[in-house]
Design a protein around this ligand. Structure first.
Ligand code: DP6
Length: 332
């Protein structure tokens, strides 16, 4: 039985991906730039089997049906593109609270694609692996790499130029990203749906696309030059522009709750008092805060004091996806 175990770390976009230029091939409408997180990861073991359907386990129990279906659909795409015919048992664990609504699709699909590549000895290069990971989730290719990563939107209709590339390694820059977990309700409008609604109905869609291109340039420069203020300002403005476009959709989509606003206010207050820190928010209520190492404890303490914040998890730039040899590797 061929089998492999891979681990991929979560990532948070500092310049966001929001919108698709091709929903079927899952090609992003815009590029994005992320930091891979040191502390949150997904570990996935895949094993071929003789049953006639794929089975999926999450944290040791049969996965919820929506996750099983999404995984099986994704495995169908992998099989079609690689010629592998076997059905698969997937066992996946997240070391972060899955029920908290923190995105696990990026690390999940990056780990799955990496394990698939190893189990079936496909020898895919990072570009091809990125294209396969993208078919699972648009943010997944970024989790293949360590440190700071750019996802290219590309131009080709077939999506062959839409994959992730590393921008800077883990040890390039010691900055911190603090994830303030707040609330556990699963989102009413998932990112895939939210993106489509924004593109189709938001009067600010075109403005989002226009400002975003400049944000990508600025963030690339900021990372290269280790310019914290430029990266922070760019990341915060880009996230707020994305949420403004999302909120203006018809009907509106609102990912925030009162604790989200408290966190935003706290970051603004900290900055006014001379502590450089900047926020970003994804398709959910959690606020993520960029800080320098010397301010990380102080910022975390202030965030923890906010009513409704369940936990604050600080991260350094983390490693890329990798095979875990002791538990797997191809055994064919
Ligand atoms: C707001 O990668 O979850 O987190 O491609 O439809 O699976 P799909 O979307 P997904 O969207 C991530 C959106 C975001 C911003 C980001 O991570 O860049």
């Amino acid at each position: 039985m061929r089998s492999a175990t891979a681990r991929a770390h979560s990532n948070i976009a500092l310049v966001k991906y929001w919108g698709k230029r091709d929903a079927e091939l899952n090609i992003p409408a815009v590029g994005s730039i992320s930091m891979t997180l040191s502390g949150f990861h997904t570990t996935t073991t895949i094993t071929e089997h003789d049953l006639d359907e794929d089975i999926v386990f999450l944290d040791g129990s049969p996965a919820p049906s929506a996750m099983t279906e999404r995984t099986a659909r994704y495995l169908d795409l992998l099989r079609k593109r690689t010629g592998v015919a076997r059905r698969i048992r997937t066992e996946t664990t997240n070391n972060f609270p899955t029920a908290s609504g923190l995105a696990s699709s990026a690390s999940g699909f990056a780990a799955l694609a990496t394990a698939f590549n190893a189990a079936f000895d496909l020898g895919l290069d990072p570009r091809r692996l990125g294209i396969l990971a993208r078919l699972g989730s648009g943010s997944a290719p970024r989790s293949l790499f360590a440190g700071f990563v750019e996802m290219l939107a590309g131009r080709n209709e077939d999506g062959e130029d839409a994959f992730a590339v590393p921008l800077a390694p883990q040890d390039h820059w010691d900055i911190r990203l603090l994830v303030a977990v707040n609330g556990s309700a699963t989102k009413k409008v998932g990112s895939t749906k939210g993106m489509e609604r924004t593109r189709e109905t938001s009067p600010y869609w075109d403005a989002w696309i226009a400002t975003h291109a400049k944000d990508l340039d600025a963030a690339r420069r900021a990372i290269r030059d280790r310019n914290f203020e430029l990266l922070g300002k760019t990341a915060e403005a880009d996230a707020l522009a994305m949420h403004a476009a999302i909120m203006a959709s018809r009907p509106s989509v609102l990912y925030w709750n009162p604790t989200t606003l408290e966190c935003i206010r706290t970051v603004f207050d900290l900055r006014e008092s001379g502590v450089p820190c900047y926020l970003t928010i994804d398709a959910g209520p959690h606020v993520k805060v960029l800080a320098l190492p010397e301010h990380s404890d102080q910022v975390a303490k202030r965030l923890r004091e906010i009513n409704g914040v369940a936990g604050v998890y600080p991260h350094r730039p983390g490693p890329g996806a990798a095979i875990i040899p002791s538990e797997g590797g191809s055994t064919s």
